[in-house]
Design a binder for this molecule. Sequence first.
Ligand code: HEC
Length: 167
Amino acid sequence: MGHENNTILGHGADNDGIEEFDNPMPTWWLGLFYVTIVWAVIYAAHYHGVGGRSQTGEYDAEMAAALAAQPAAPAVVATGSTAAAGAGGGKGVYTSNCIACHGPELKGGIGPDLTDATWIHGGSLADIERTITVGVPEKGMITWGPILGPQKIAQVAVFIHDAGGGL
Ligand code: HEC
């Protein structure tokens, strides 16, 4: 391994007599070093060229996916009133899906009372909509987002918000 020679670099006089041999790096070490250079070139070419990937691209894609997964909150909040958002639809959604845990009068049971002003996860329309969408799985509140979709969730959120306890 390596090619040792006896050439002395001649710093001895400057360094308290400590001499340095001119020995090249071992072959195996140089080999590894060159491999990393070749690897870097291939990797960069593949990442930026062949694969066409970029961090900004991935970021944009993730943001777009996250946005698509959100309920259409602004539109609903804008409609605001019970009539505009279709409380009839909201009551229907509530009756079919929520009564079992929150009771026919929204007074609670397995789940908490939804008519009082006490909220665990916030009582604004946006809060209620978010709680329903993401759920509280560890406490038994189902993640309704994928089950009901944004439209029904918006309706039932308005229905609950207007039932008395909404902030
Ligand atoms: C399987 C039982 C169950 C069903 C069905 C259920 N919930 Fe819940 N819900 C819960 C529990 C339990 C909690 C309390 C979570 C906690 O303690 O954090 C809760 C909490 C909530 C909250 C938050 C209350 C607060 O104080 O912040 C809202 C809003 C809510 N549910 C709405 C709904 C709606 C709308 C439906 C129907 C689409 C529904 N729930 C169906 C069990 C249920």
